[in-house]
Design a protein around this ligand. Structure first.
Ligand SMILES: Cc1cc2nc3c(=O)[nH]c(=O)nc-3n(C[C@H](O)[C@H](O)[C@H](O)COP(=O)(O)O)c2cc1C
Length: 260
Protein backbone atom coordinates (compact mmCIF):
# COMPACT_ATOMS: atom_id res chain seq x y z
CA UNK A 1 0.00 0.00 0.00
CA UNK A 2 1.45 3.33 -1.00
CA UNK A 3 1.42 6.15 1.59
CA UNK A 4 1.12 9.83 0.83
CA UNK A 5 4.23 12.06 1.06
CA UNK A 6 2.69 13.82 4.07
CA UNK A 7 2.24 10.50 5.89
CA UNK A 8 5.87 9.50 5.22
CA UNK A 9 7.25 12.85 6.46
CA UNK A 10 4.91 12.83 9.47
CA UNK A 11 5.92 9.28 10.39
CA UNK A 12 9.63 10.11 10.08
CA UNK A 13 9.12 13.22 12.23
CA UNK A 14 7.29 11.19 14.87
CA UNK A 15 10.12 8.63 15.00
CA UNK A 16 12.61 11.52 15.43
CA UNK A 17 10.59 13.07 18.25
CA UNK A 18 10.15 9.74 20.09
CA UNK A 19 13.88 8.90 19.79
CA UNK A 20 14.88 12.46 20.73
CA UNK A 21 12.74 12.41 23.86
CA UNK A 22 14.16 8.98 24.75
CA UNK A 23 17.78 10.10 24.41
CA UNK A 24 17.19 13.40 26.22
CA UNK A 25 15.44 11.60 29.10
CA UNK A 26 18.26 9.06 29.39
CA UNK A 27 20.86 11.87 29.40
CA UNK A 28 19.01 13.76 32.14
CA UNK A 29 18.33 10.61 34.18
CA UNK A 30 21.98 9.49 33.98
CA UNK A 31 23.60 12.91 34.56
CA UNK A 32 23.87 12.42 38.34
CA UNK A 33 25.36 8.97 37.93
CA UNK A 34 27.86 10.26 35.40
CA UNK A 35 28.92 13.05 37.77
CA UNK A 36 29.21 10.53 40.62
CA UNK A 37 31.33 8.18 38.46
CA UNK A 38 33.58 11.06 37.41
CA UNK A 39 34.11 12.01 41.04
CA UNK A 40 34.86 8.40 41.94
CA UNK A 41 37.37 8.12 39.11
CA UNK A 42 39.17 11.26 40.30
CA UNK A 43 39.32 9.84 43.80
CA UNK A 44 40.82 6.60 42.42
CA UNK A 45 43.43 8.59 40.49
CA UNK A 46 44.38 10.57 43.56
CA UNK A 47 44.61 7.38 45.65
CA UNK A 48 46.76 5.72 42.95
CA UNK A 49 49.23 8.58 42.60
CA UNK A 50 49.44 8.76 46.40
CA UNK A 51 50.40 5.06 46.47
CA UNK A 52 47.25 4.28 48.45
CA UNK A 53 45.79 2.06 45.74
CA UNK A 54 47.90 -0.48 43.88
CA UNK A 55 47.71 -1.06 40.11
CA UNK A 56 45.08 -3.70 39.42
CA UNK A 57 43.56 -3.42 42.90
CA UNK A 58 39.80 -3.61 42.63
CA UNK A 59 37.79 -1.57 45.13
CA UNK A 60 34.05 -1.07 45.36
CA UNK A 61 32.79 2.54 45.13
CA UNK A 62 32.23 2.56 48.90
CA UNK A 63 35.76 1.29 49.56
CA UNK A 64 37.21 4.02 47.32
CA UNK A 65 35.19 6.69 49.12
CA UNK A 66 36.22 5.37 52.54
CA UNK A 67 39.92 5.09 51.71
CA UNK A 68 39.81 8.59 50.25
CA UNK A 69 37.98 10.06 53.25
CA UNK A 70 40.31 8.26 55.72
CA UNK A 71 43.54 9.51 54.14
CA UNK A 72 43.02 12.58 52.04
CA UNK A 73 41.99 16.14 52.64
CA UNK A 74 41.04 18.28 49.66
CA UNK A 75 41.67 22.00 49.81
CA UNK A 76 40.83 24.88 47.48
CA UNK A 77 43.61 27.42 47.11
CA UNK A 78 43.91 30.81 45.46
CA UNK A 79 46.48 30.19 42.71
CA UNK A 80 47.84 33.74 42.69
CA UNK A 81 48.48 34.06 46.42
CA UNK A 82 48.87 30.37 47.26
CA UNK A 83 46.62 30.82 50.29
CA UNK A 84 43.53 28.70 51.05
CA UNK A 85 40.45 30.18 49.35
CA UNK A 86 37.88 31.31 51.90
CA UNK A 87 34.34 30.03 51.83
CA UNK A 88 34.79 27.49 49.03
CA UNK A 89 33.72 23.92 49.79
CA UNK A 90 36.31 21.57 48.21
CA UNK A 91 33.67 18.83 47.78
CA UNK A 92 31.61 20.99 45.46
CA UNK A 93 34.51 22.67 43.65
CA UNK A 94 35.35 21.51 40.13
CA UNK A 95 38.60 23.10 38.97
CA UNK A 96 38.16 22.21 35.30
CA UNK A 97 34.68 23.73 35.30
CA UNK A 98 35.98 26.86 37.04
CA UNK A 99 38.73 27.15 34.42
CA UNK A 100 36.12 27.34 31.65
CA UNK A 101 33.99 29.90 33.49
CA UNK A 102 35.09 33.48 32.66
CA UNK A 103 33.85 34.61 36.10
CA UNK A 104 36.14 32.12 37.87
CA UNK A 105 39.20 32.21 35.63
CA UNK A 106 41.58 34.47 33.77
CA UNK A 107 43.66 34.32 30.62
CA UNK A 108 46.92 32.50 31.24
CA UNK A 109 50.18 34.24 30.34
CA UNK A 110 51.85 32.77 27.23
CA UNK A 111 53.33 29.40 28.18
CA UNK A 112 54.88 26.34 26.58
CA UNK A 113 52.30 24.01 28.12
CA UNK A 114 49.66 25.79 26.00
CA UNK A 115 47.45 26.37 29.02
CA UNK A 116 45.04 29.04 27.81
CA UNK A 117 43.06 29.85 30.96
CA UNK A 118 43.94 29.70 34.63
CA UNK A 119 41.28 29.09 37.27
CA UNK A 120 41.39 31.68 40.07
CA UNK A 121 41.19 28.80 42.53
CA UNK A 122 42.64 25.32 42.27
CA UNK A 123 42.01 22.07 44.14
CA UNK A 124 44.93 20.39 45.89
CA UNK A 125 44.93 17.19 47.92
CA UNK A 126 46.86 16.48 51.10
CA UNK A 127 47.62 12.91 52.12
CA UNK A 128 47.56 12.76 55.90
CA UNK A 129 49.60 10.32 57.98
CA UNK A 130 49.38 10.39 61.79
CA UNK A 131 47.66 13.77 61.53
CA UNK A 132 50.50 15.32 59.50
CA UNK A 133 50.66 16.16 55.80
CA UNK A 134 52.74 13.41 54.20
CA UNK A 135 52.21 14.10 50.50
CA UNK A 136 50.82 16.90 48.34
CA UNK A 137 48.91 16.01 45.20
CA UNK A 138 48.53 18.73 42.62
CA UNK A 139 46.54 18.70 39.38
CA UNK A 140 48.58 19.22 36.20
CA UNK A 141 47.57 19.69 32.57
CA UNK A 142 49.08 20.75 29.28
CA UNK A 143 49.35 20.01 25.60
CA UNK A 144 51.23 17.06 24.12
CA UNK A 145 51.10 16.32 20.40
CA UNK A 146 47.39 15.73 19.80
CA UNK A 147 45.69 16.54 23.03
CA UNK A 148 45.66 18.12 26.45
CA UNK A 149 46.97 15.70 29.06
CA UNK A 150 45.25 15.89 32.46
CA UNK A 151 46.85 14.34 35.50
CA UNK A 152 48.21 14.63 39.00
CA UNK A 153 51.68 14.93 40.48
CA UNK A 154 52.39 13.75 44.02
CA UNK A 155 55.28 15.33 45.92
CA UNK A 156 56.76 14.70 49.33
CA UNK A 157 55.43 17.24 51.82
CA UNK A 158 58.76 17.20 53.73
CA UNK A 159 60.60 19.23 51.10
CA UNK A 160 57.72 20.01 48.70
CA UNK A 161 60.17 19.00 45.98
CA UNK A 162 60.72 15.24 45.77
CA UNK A 163 58.37 13.46 43.38
CA UNK A 164 56.33 10.59 44.78
CA UNK A 165 54.29 9.84 41.67
CA UNK A 166 52.77 11.08 38.43
CA UNK A 167 49.67 9.95 36.58
CA UNK A 168 47.58 11.10 33.63
CA UNK A 169 43.89 10.23 33.76
CA UNK A 170 42.89 11.72 30.42
CA UNK A 171 44.70 12.37 27.14
CA UNK A 172 44.46 11.63 23.42
CA UNK A 173 48.08 10.78 22.63
CA UNK A 174 48.84 7.79 20.38
CA UNK A 175 48.83 4.40 22.12
CA UNK A 176 52.37 2.97 22.06
CA UNK A 177 53.93 6.42 21.43
CA UNK A 178 52.80 9.41 23.48
CA UNK A 179 50.23 7.13 25.14
CA UNK A 180 53.15 5.49 26.97
CA UNK A 181 52.67 8.21 29.60
CA UNK A 182 50.29 5.59 31.03
CA UNK A 183 52.96 2.86 31.12
CA UNK A 184 53.59 1.94 34.78
CA UNK A 185 57.29 1.33 33.97
CA UNK A 186 57.68 4.91 32.76
CA UNK A 187 55.70 6.31 35.69
CA UNK A 188 57.98 4.32 38.03
CA UNK A 189 60.94 6.37 36.78
CA UNK A 190 59.57 9.49 38.50
CA UNK A 191 59.57 8.83 42.28
CA UNK A 192 62.68 10.24 43.97
CA UNK A 193 63.34 12.86 41.27
CA UNK A 194 63.42 16.53 42.25
CA UNK A 195 61.30 19.23 40.66
CA UNK A 196 63.09 22.39 41.78
CA UNK A 197 66.76 22.96 41.03
CA UNK A 198 69.19 24.69 43.42
CA UNK A 199 68.03 28.10 42.12
CA UNK A 200 64.44 27.36 43.15
CA UNK A 201 63.10 27.13 39.59
CA UNK A 202 61.39 23.98 38.21
CA UNK A 203 64.23 22.08 36.57
CA UNK A 204 62.89 18.58 36.00
CA UNK A 205 62.69 17.56 32.33
CA UNK A 206 61.77 14.53 30.29
CA UNK A 207 64.88 14.14 28.14
CA UNK A 208 65.47 12.46 24.79
CA UNK A 209 67.04 9.10 25.61
CA UNK A 210 67.80 7.72 29.04
CA UNK A 211 68.37 9.45 32.34
CA UNK A 212 70.37 8.01 35.23
CA UNK A 213 68.97 6.85 38.56
CA UNK A 214 67.02 9.37 40.63
CA UNK A 215 69.78 9.68 43.24
CA UNK A 216 72.48 10.77 40.78
CA UNK A 217 70.33 12.34 38.03
CA UNK A 218 67.42 13.89 39.91
CA UNK A 219 66.24 16.43 37.36
CA UNK A 220 65.89 14.17 34.31
CA UNK A 221 63.44 11.43 33.33
CA UNK A 222 63.77 9.05 30.33
CA UNK A 223 62.02 10.26 27.18
CA UNK A 224 59.22 8.24 25.59
CA UNK A 225 60.71 6.60 22.49
CA UNK A 226 59.31 7.91 19.22
CA UNK A 227 57.32 10.49 21.17
CA UNK A 228 59.56 13.46 21.79
CA UNK A 229 56.69 15.88 21.29
CA UNK A 230 54.58 14.31 24.06
CA UNK A 231 57.73 14.04 26.24
CA UNK A 232 58.39 17.76 25.76
CA UNK A 233 54.73 18.40 26.53
CA UNK A 234 55.12 16.65 29.89
CA UNK A 235 58.25 18.72 30.66
CA UNK A 236 56.40 21.91 29.76
CA UNK A 237 53.31 21.16 31.79
CA UNK A 238 55.23 20.12 34.90
CA UNK A 239 57.39 23.24 34.66
CA UNK A 240 54.32 25.41 34.17
CA UNK A 241 52.29 24.05 37.08
CA UNK A 242 55.21 24.12 39.50
CA UNK A 243 56.23 27.59 38.35
CA UNK A 244 55.17 31.09 39.35
CA UNK A 245 51.92 31.06 37.34
CA UNK A 246 50.90 27.63 38.66
CA UNK A 247 51.40 26.24 42.16
CA UNK A 248 54.69 28.08 42.85
CA UNK A 249 53.05 30.55 45.29
CA UNK A 250 51.10 27.72 46.99
CA UNK A 251 54.25 25.64 47.49
CA UNK A 252 56.11 28.65 48.90
CA UNK A 253 53.25 29.32 51.26
CA UNK A 254 53.01 25.64 52.26
CA UNK A 255 56.73 25.54 53.10
CA UNK A 256 56.63 28.87 54.95
CA UNK A 257 53.72 27.55 57.05
CA UNK A 258 55.86 24.56 58.09
CA UNK A 259 54.29 22.02 55.75
CA UNK A 260 50.75 22.16 57.09
C1 LIG B 1 50.32 8.26 13.43
C2 LIG B 1 51.38 8.92 14.26
C3 LIG B 1 51.13 9.13 15.60
C4 LIG B 1 52.09 9.76 16.41
N1 LIG B 1 51.82 9.98 17.72
C5 LIG B 1 52.73 10.62 18.48
C6 LIG B 1 52.45 10.93 19.84
O1 LIG B 1 51.41 10.58 20.41
N2 LIG B 1 53.38 11.63 20.54
C7 LIG B 1 54.56 12.04 19.97
O2 LIG B 1 55.34 12.70 20.64
N3 LIG B 1 54.86 11.73 18.71
C8 LIG B 1 53.97 11.04 17.95
N4 LIG B 1 54.26 10.77 16.66
C9 LIG B 1 55.61 11.04 16.17
C10 LIG B 1 55.88 12.51 15.93
O3 LIG B 1 55.36 12.90 14.70
C11 LIG B 1 57.40 12.77 15.97
O4 LIG B 1 57.98 12.06 14.94
C12 LIG B 1 57.99 12.30 17.27
O5 LIG B 1 57.41 12.95 18.35
C13 LIG B 1 59.47 12.55 17.28
O6 LIG B 1 59.99 11.79 18.37
P1 LIG B 1 61.39 11.05 18.31
O7 LIG B 1 62.39 12.14 18.03
O8 LIG B 1 61.57 10.42 19.65
O9 LIG B 1 61.30 10.05 17.20
C14 LIG B 1 53.32 10.15 15.85
C15 LIG B 1 53.57 9.92 14.49
C16 LIG B 1 52.62 9.32 13.70
C17 LIG B 1 52.90 9.09 12.26
Amino acid sequence: MAHSTGYTIGFAALVCVVCGVGIASAAVALADRQAENKKLDQQKQVLAVAGLMQAGESLSPDEVKKRFADNIKAEVVDLKTGVAAQGVDPAGFDQLKAQKDPAQSREAPANNAKVLRLPNNAKVYKVLKDGKVDTLILPIEGYGLWSTLYGFMAIDAKDANTVKGITFYQHGETPGLGGEVDNPKWKDLWPGRKIYGPGGQPQIAVVKGQAGPAASDPYRVDGLSGATITSNGVTNLVKFWFGADGFGPYIQHFKAAGGK
